[in-house]
Design a binder for this molecule. Structure first.
Ligand SMILES: [Fe+2]
Length: 373
């Protein structure tokens, strides 16, 4: 294949030459996967004949998805997983990270050396490169959504799983003198040009400081008491599920934050005339209530049980809730964008575009479109 060199142009996607980018992903529009579609797939998976230990799972695939990295939006794969009562499934280690949400049933997941209890509407965080064994300990089927960055890794060409091979690491005592000597704490480290630049030994990128990243669970029984239950009760409508391993990026995993919101019943909240936008995508799973959204000028109605790509990256979006209120799990790839300096946010369509994490951010806000009192 011949290498090409072309003059750099700031062309929109549609103007890229077809021979260079025939399958370049254009923005994927908002999408609703209805409760009926999800329930029907859960029942179909439960009815399948499976050998003990065989997985029952399906991927949710956006019609704009490319063949590599089947996804709901380019950075996010979502699978629907089920287990019959008493069933167990063991999944290979891989380098993807996950947020998971239990739709129904109860059980447990053994992740590395940890074991987490799972129950309806619990959220969990699964670090990369740990084997996971799920078990349905209840009397009813267990079903859960798994949100993963595997699709992004597949598209980048660097998704790894132990499915084909795995070699155990030797114990520390068997490592050579050289391996034990060339570590970050012994590496050279020089100040350069007096303004913060450093010149360092390569050990700094191969022997990186370890930050423990534990599998974590947020049971609904512990999160829900902190969310507003009645209008005017002084509690927040929106709270983040934060894994301390993600530091200042405030993620649930290193890629995603998950947030729970509950808007109490009693007041009809129409969609505001304009929305906001950010470079992170947002996917909402509505588990109570009903509402409507306007995304890039298109109107959508949703209700409990509907999963929605509610904000394609840099798509303008605004949401309203019906008088019955709503409870929502939101997943966004906010921490990923903060890691690579690409997290931009525009709260008002005629307002500034802020680079969150690199300059002073929004203040006064307690949630998107919500000003504290
Ligand atoms: Fe948003």
């Amino acid at each position: 294949m011949a290498t090409m060199i072309r003059e750099t142009k700031a062309a929109p996607f549609a103007e890229l030459p077809a021979d260079v980018a025939p399958a370049y992903p254009k923005p994927w529009p908002a999408l609703i996967i209805t409760r009926a579609e999800i329930e029907s797939e859960i029942e179909r998976l439960l009815d399948l004949d499976r050998r003990p230990g065989q997985r029952r799972a399906s991927d949710v695939v956006h019609p704009s998805s490319l063949q590599t990295g089947l996804a709901v939006t380019p950075g996010l794969a979502i699978s629907i997983n089920v287990l019959r009562p008493g069933e167990e499934v063991e999944l290979f280690r891989d380098n993807a990270t996950r947020v998971e949400f239990v739709l129904r049933g109860m059980g447990s997941v053994a992740v590395g050396s940890a074991k987490l209890g799972l129950a309806k509407w619990s959220v969990s965080s699964m670090p990369s490169m740990l084997k996971r064994t799920y078990r349905n300990d209840g009397r009813e089927p267990m079903a859960w959504l798994s949100y993963s960055n595997s699709a992004l890794l597949q598209r980048l060409g660097n998704y790894y799983s132990d499915e084909r091979t795995s070699i155990a690491r030797p114990p520390r005592a068997e490592r050579s003198d050289v391996e034990q000597r060339y570590v970050a704490k012994n590496a050279p480290d020089f100040a350069i040009a007096g303004d913060g630049a450093r010149l360092r030994g390569y050990e700094f990128v191969t022997d990186i400081e370890v930050v423990e990243n534990k599998p974590l669970v947020w049971p609904w029984s512990e999160t829900s008491p902190h969310l507003a239950a009645e209008n005017g009760d002084g509690k927040r409508n929106l709270l983040l599920l934060v894994n301390p391993a993600t530091g200042r990026r405030q993620g649930t995993t290193h890629s995603f934050f998950a947030a729970l919101s509950r808007i109490p019943a009693g007041v009809n909240r129409p969609v505001p005339p304009r929305g906001h936008k950010h470079s992170s995508f947002a996917v909402n799973y509505h588990f109570e209530g009903a509402g409507e959204s306007v995304v890039d000028g298109e109107h959508y109605e949703w209700e409990a049980g509907d999963l929605m790509l509610s904000a394609p990256a840099w798509g303008e979006h605004a949401h309203g809730m019906k008088a019955c209120g709503a409870s929502v799990l939101t997943v966004q790839d906010h921490p990923f964008h903060m890691s690579i300096g690409s997290l931009i946010w525009q709260e008002e369509m005629d307002g500034p575009i802020l680079t969150l994490g690199s300059e002073e951010g929004q203040s006064g806000y307690v949630g998107p479109r919500q000003i504290g009192d």
